[in-house]
Every structure is written in structure tokens, then in C-alpha cells.
Design a binder for this molecule. Structure first.
Ligand code: HEM
Ligand code: HEM
Length: 135
């Protein structure tokens, strides 16, 4: 159970990274890929991957949250109640709620995007503290 709890923590982190890739893959697209000619093969592969990540973004977010709950339950039962873990989980819930609001809204504002992004940045900082201190 101890190892499973740890493994679930790592899987949660990996799924968050896939969700965060949304930002970096779009950024790379704007900065480099759009400048390539339309018939360039790499541009095609890149944009196919980008479409997949953007389309399924919310499922990676929800998937991360599900695995996170499993990690949390096992760690609380078999390890200890991690305060930094709880803070990270709380921020993840905020990010996900903001994501859902944005997903459902008809016109997405820059403010909403920044609110969601800010929650994700805070979540990342909390996660790093959680990893370093484990407390
Ligand atoms: C977004 C939320 C979270 C993520 C991404 C996450 C991820 C991780 C990761 C990657 C580790 C390190 C595993 C290793 O050492 O190999 C870890 C450790 C740990 N986590 Fe979390 N965690 C989260 C939330 C929580 C919550 C809510 C709790 C419990 C209240 C918790 C309790 C713990 C504990 C006790 C450890 C130390 C395990 C050990 O070294 O034996 N985590 N977590
Ligand atoms: C906690 C997990 C999540 C993380 C780490 C995360 C991360 C991000 C990031 C970094 C962006 C910015 C992308 C950009 O700059 O264009 C973004 C955009 C967005 N996120 Fe999330 N997100 C998460 C969960 C969710 C969920 C659960 C939903 C919806 C149900 C959601 C909906 C959106 C929407 C609608 C956008 C706007 C742009 C787009 O569609 O790609 N996110 N997310």
C-alpha cells in the first residue's frame, strides 16, 4: 500500500503535466510551427498532437483529480496527513472548477483564462513544496 500510494502520487503528477502541456504546445505552435510551410510533415504531426491534447485537456485534468483522490486516501490511511498535499489538492480543485466554468461559458474571456492559469501556477508551486518537504 505504501508503494501504491507513492506510485499514485507520481501518476497524478504525470497527468497534471499532460494537462499543463496544453499551454506549452500552443506556445510552440505560435512561436515556431506556424512559420513552417503548410506542407511540412513535422508541422502536420505537431498539430495533430496539439489537437489531441487540446481536445482531451479536460479529461487529463479530471483523470489527474481521480488519481489524486486515490493517492490522498491511501496516504492518509497508510502514511500521514500531508498538509502540503492537502494545499495542493485544494488548489487543484480550484483550477478544475475554473476550468469547468471556462469550458461551459459561451464566450471565454482573457480574465477566465488567467484565473485558470493562475490557479495552475499556484498548484505547481504547492506541488513542488509537497515533493520537497513531503510534510
Ligand atoms: C495534486 C495533488 C498531489 C500530487 C500531485 C501528489 C504527488 C505526490 C508525489 C509525486 C509524491 C512523491 C512520491 C515519491 O516519493 O516517490 C507524494 C508523496 C506524498 N504525498 Fe502526495 N500528492 C498530492 C496530494 C496529496 C494529498 C492530498 C496527500 C494527503 C493528505 C498526500 C500525501 C502524501 C504523502 C504522505 C507523501 C509521502 C510519501 C512517502 O514518502 O512515503 N499527497 N505525493
Ligand atoms: C488541474 C488540472 C488542469 C491543469 C493543470 C490545467 C492547465 C491549463 C493550462 C496551463 C491552460 C492554458 C492553456 C493556454 O494558455 O492556452 C488551460 C486552459 C484551459 N483549460 Fe485547463 N487545466 C486543468 C483542468 C481543466 C479542466 C478540468 C477543464 C474543463 C473541464 C479545463 C478547461 C480548460 C479550458 C477550456 C482552457 C482554455 C483553452 C483551451 O481550451 O485549451 N482545464 N488549462
Amino acid at each position: 500500500m505504501y508503494l501504491l500510494g507513492k506510485a499514485l502520487g507520481v501518476i497524478t503528477a504525470v497527468l497534471y503535466c499532460v494537462a499543463i502541456l496544453n499551454f506549452f504546445i500552443k506556445w510552440g505552435n505560435r512561436k515556431w510551427i506556424m512559420k513552417l510551410p503548410k506542407e511540412n510533415a513535422f508541422r502536420g504531426y505537431y498539430q495533430t498532437a496539439m489537437k489531441f491534447l487540446v481536445k482531451n485537456h479536460r479529461f487529463f485534468g479530471f483523470g489527474a483529480a481521480l488519481v489524486m483522490v486515490a493517492h490522498m486516501v491511501l496516504q492518509i490511511l497508510f502514511q500521514w496527513v500531508s498538509i502540503t498535499g492537502l494545499v495542493t489538492a485544494g488548489l487543484a480543485v480550484v483550477a478544475i472548477i475554473l476550468g469547468i466554468i471556462m469550458f461551459k461559458s459561451k464566450k471565454r474571456s482573457a480574465f477566465m483564462l488567467w484565473a485558470h492559469r493562475s490557479a495552475v501556477i499556484a498548484l505547481t508551486v504547492a506541488f513542488i513544496v509537497h515533493l520537497i518537504t513531503k510534510r
